[in-house]
Every structure is written in structure tokens, then in C-alpha cells.
Ligand binder design. Structure first.
Ligand SMILES: [Fe+2]
Length: 194
């Protein structure tokens, strides 16, 4: 029998139905093959995020079920990129992005590369009112599924004083994702919910 490191072709449909336990909160994603150069994950909704990911490698998206959108943070501005059912999208490295997946039944195939030696991922949070950096953390990412949640917890454990914007004085609401999104909806620095 032919030995293939990642096994023979598998039914994508069966993988999805066999892994529904991963595709719901709090995890919301699953990686199909382990220890591969391509990190192929399926990401489901719903999520509750206000963090932005700084990825040193490209990310490929195939939104194969339901709709989602991505907030892109470019200098002091937040902009919306829709990811509608059937869309494919290739995100360049180091574009700060925050995928928003409100629909619990939505599914997206995401492909990233194993990080080159010494390249770090970043996670950062910004002021909803003026787009100024509030906190940034960097990590050597080996697993998309396991390495990000501890960084969220580190941010959520910060004090209110640590989350005050150095530019305008507004306090970042931390874990309270809904409040942050209400604030960017009102901000002149954002075109996300208009
Ligand atoms: Fe601010």
C-alpha cells in the first residue's frame, strides 16, 4: 500500500460532519492535517473578536458556506472587506485583520504556511475611536488552534488602566467585544458598519 505522509484523499464532507464538535465555540476551528507545511483549517462561526492578527505569511480564504467579513486595520483606519459565500481571497502578509463570523453555520477554509524560522505572529488591539495601538503581543506560532487563545487571555487579564488609549483617552473594553464594535460603528476612523 502506498504510504503518503498525510494519508489518502479524504471526503471533505465527511471530515466536516465528523468534526462538528470542533466547529463550535469555544474552539470554532479544526486543522485537517498535522505537522504539514500547509496549515489547512476550517473556521466556523460564531466568533467574538476585537483582536487583529499580524501574520508574517499569506492567508488563503475560501468562504464555502455562509457569509463573513474581515475588518482590516490600516494605520489609524478600520475598513470592511466582505467575505461572501463562494468567495476566495488571498491576504498579503502583515495586513492587520480581524475576521468577523456572526453566522454559526458559516464555514471557511483557511490555508496558511508553516512560519519560517524566526518569523513571529502578532496579535494587537486598537482604540475604537481613533485607531491608535493599545496592545500588541508577539509569538512564535506553531499551532493556529493552540497558540492564539492564551494571548487573548493575556489581553483580557489586563487592567482597565492598561487599556486607556494614549492618544484620545478612550478605554478599550477588553473582552467586551460587543462594546468595541458599537464604538467603531460610531467612529470617524472606521468604515465597517456604515
Ligand atoms: Fe484613541
Amino acid at each position: 500500500m502506498l504510504e503518503l505522509k498525510y494519508g489518502h484523499p479524504l471526503s471533505f464532507k465527511s471530515w466536516l460532519s465528523d468534526n462538528t464538535h470542533l466547529l463550535r465555540p469555544p474552539v470554532g476551528n479544526g486543522q485537517i492535517w498535522q505537522n504539514s507545511d500547509f496549515m489547512v483549517t476550517i473556521v466556523a462561526g460564531p466568533n467574538e473578536r476585537s483582536d487583529f492578527h499580524d501574520d508574517p505569511v499569506e492567508e488563503f480564504f475560501y468562504q464555502f458556506k455562509g457569509n463573513a467579513f474581515i475588518i482590516i486595520w490600516d494605520r489609524d483606519r478600520y475598513e470592511r472587506v466582505n467575505l461572501n459565500e463562494g468567495d476566495v481571497f488571498l491576504m498579503p502578509p502583515h495586513v492587520l485583520h480581524s475576521p468577523q463570523r456572526a453566522d454559526a453555520e458559516s464555514r471557511c477554509l483557511v490555508v496558511e504556511r508553516r512560519r519560517p524560522e524566526g518569523e513571529k505572529d502578532g496579535l494587537q488591539w486598537g482604540c475604537a475611536a481613533c485607531g491608535t495601538l493599545i496592545k500588541r503581543y508577539e509569538m512564535t506560532l506553531k499551532s493556529i488552534v493552540d497558540d492564539l487563545p492564551p494571548v487573548y487571555e493575556q489581553f483580557y487579564a489586563t487592567s482597565d488602566a492598561e487599556r486607556v488609549c494614549p492618544a484620545c483617552g478612550m478605554q478599550h473594553p477588553g473582552r467586551d467585544y460587543a462594546t468595541w464594535h458599537r464604538e467603531i460603528a460610531r467612529s470617524s476612523h472606521a468604515r465597517v458598519y456604515a
